[in-house]
Design a protein. Structure first.
Lengths: 163, 289
């Protein structure tokens, strides 16, 4: 029997039907066509499927879609503000922090969770935080630079706005 | 598979009982859903326990004891300053599990009931003397964490029973614990060996109580009272630690696999236990008199 789920995705009330065994990742991609969230491993190891669920960073491949009932979900599609990219997205472009791009949405969501939690992370804090996001292409260095640059940029903009 | 998310403790036991052995509890799902993805047969009824207050709470009693809901996620445990300061070993063991993403979901109850020989939080809970509150359709019982796991992947829980919470007893002043593991990488891997030490010092820094538990070096996490005897009455002097290391190594019953040979695991368990004892000793001494 299909279950009827009412949830919020990127701030918008959203409903869907799913089977009890469907993962949140399957429903995001296949039912809701939010294909920014990627599937790498399907077992919690690669982080390509990272989303925010009720303010916690999780692997959507290890969440059942039915668990989304009355919850708040944020995906990579919610990062940009209309046509203007989030500073993290811009920094990834500026620093060439991607090649094939499969890991990128997950890394962007994970990096945003980090900066929300700690606006001035050290390089080693960035590296530990993204340990659950695997990238087979870049060697990580450009990703780490991009996250640190975005953090800098966001602090400057934020401090500027305050003064 | 049917999904149920009861908000009442009694409903969990009732759902499990009526599923007649074909029900399963889910906390964070980081073990369970990964196993479904790998093709493990699904239960008829999956009972999500995260909507029940008792399973999601951390409570400190006036005697200093803590009751941690079995489904509280690792991130919430790390955010609990009083728990982290009272039980640094238990909380650092939990914090080692997986990535930030896994920490958003993984629980102590899941780590325990998954019954993996290499589970990181289990040796720390055993060393801490943690006690499980277990509820089933026939009523409630308290079982020490050390007695929960019977064999790899198997617990002593009946099919209608589940863990409600983990109780960490009050402890004397100058007590502390520590957990260390070895993995081939710096993050995101399964322990080759793990060691937890919980101890109490007297005012002269002499060890007056100690519990040592090891992970990944036997089919089930191992209590090593013989090793505790070596450090009891000592100030963790170098010669004592050398004897301690060899007693720990001699107590291990590991397997050879791609993560490590028997000899390597025996050796590493000794080294980790000795380091963990020294860390626990320093932490306990810092606590003042
Ligand atoms: C990428 C990745 C990395 C990991 N890294 C580590 C690691 O470094 N160290 C480590 O030890 N583990 C690791 N794990 C395994 C797992 O994350 C932990 O064992 C975790 O603590 C399981 O908790 P959970 O709440 O997700 O359990 P679940 O998956 O919900 O449940 C696990 C098992 O326990 C049962 N269960 C859960 N709660 C209860 C309860 N209250 N009463 C009775 N039965 C219950 C379930 O039925 C199931 O059989 C990792 C897993 C992944 C996917
Ligand atoms: S697809 Fe979810 S962690 Fe790899
Ligand atoms: S850019 Fe290809 S996996 Fe990261």
């Amino acid at each position: 029997m299909k279950q009827h789920i009412c949830t919020h995705i990127n701030g918008e009330a959203t409903e869907f039907l799913c089977d009890a065994a469907d993962t949140l990742l399957q429903v995001l991609r296949d039912n809701l066509r939010l294909t920014g969230t990627k599937e790498g491993c399907g077992t919690g190891d690669c982080g390509a499927c990272s989303v925010m669920l009720n303010d916690r960073l999780v692997c959507s491949c290890l969440v059942l879609a039915v668990e989304a009932q009355h919850s708040q979900i944020e995906t990579v599609e919610g990062l940009a503000n209309g046509d203007s990219l989030h500073p993290l997205q811009q920094a990834f472009l500026d620093h060439a922090a991607l090649q094939c791009g499969i890991c990128t949405p997950g890394l962007l969501v994970a990096a945003k969770a980090l900066l929300d939690h700690n606006p001035s992370p050290s390089e080693s804090e960035v590296r530990f935080w993204i340990a659950g996001n695997l990238c087979r292409c870049t060697g990580y260095d450009k990703i780490v630079r991009a996250i640190l640059a975005a953090a800098d940029n966001m602090r400057t903009t934020h401090d500027g706005a305050q003064s | 598979m049917q999904y149920q998310a009861p908000t009442d403790l009694a409903d969990v036991a009732a759902l499990l009982a009526s599923a007649d052995g074909k029900g399963r509890v889910m906390a964070g799902g980081t073990d369970l859903l990964a196993r479904f993805a790998a093709g493990m047969p699904k239960p008829d009824v999956l009972v999500d326990i995260k909507h029940i207050a008792e399973l999601m709470d951390i409570e400190q009693a006036s005697d200093g004891s803590f009751t941690v809901g079995a489904a509280v996620c690792g991130a919430a445990i790390s955010e609990h300053a009083a728990l982290c300061s009272a039980w640094p070993g238990v909380t650092e063991a939990m914090d080692l599990i997986g990535s930030v993403q896994i920490q958003g979901r993984a629980s102590l109850g899941g780590n325990l009931c998954n019954a993996s020989p290499a589970a990181d939080a289990v040796p720390a809970l055993i060393a801490a003397g943690a006690i499980c509150r277990i509820l089933g359709s026939q009523g409630e019982r308290q079982v020490s964490v050390a007695d929960i796991i019977c064999s790899p992947g198997k617990t002593c829980l009946d099919s209608d029973e589940f863990v409600v919470s983990l109780y960490l007893p009050p402890r004397p002043p100058r007590s502390a614990d520590a957990y260390l593991r070895l993995i081939p990488r710096s993050e995101m891997d399964i322990a080759v060996a793990g060691a937890a030490v919980n101890l109490t010092l007297d005012s002269a820094d002499v060890v007056v109580a100690a519990t040592i538990a090891l992970g990944a070096v036997s089919p089930v996490p191992l209590l090593v009272p013989r090793a505790a005897d070596v450090i009891l009455g000592s100030k963790l002097e170098a010669d004592v630690m050398t004897r301690f290391k060899s007693v720990v190594s001699a107590s291990c019953r590991p397997i050879n696999d791609k993560r490590g040979t028997i000899d390597y695991r025996n050796h590493v368990a000794g080294v980790l236990a000795a380091r963990a004892a020294l860390i626990a000793g320093k932490r306990a001494a810092r606590e003042g008199l």
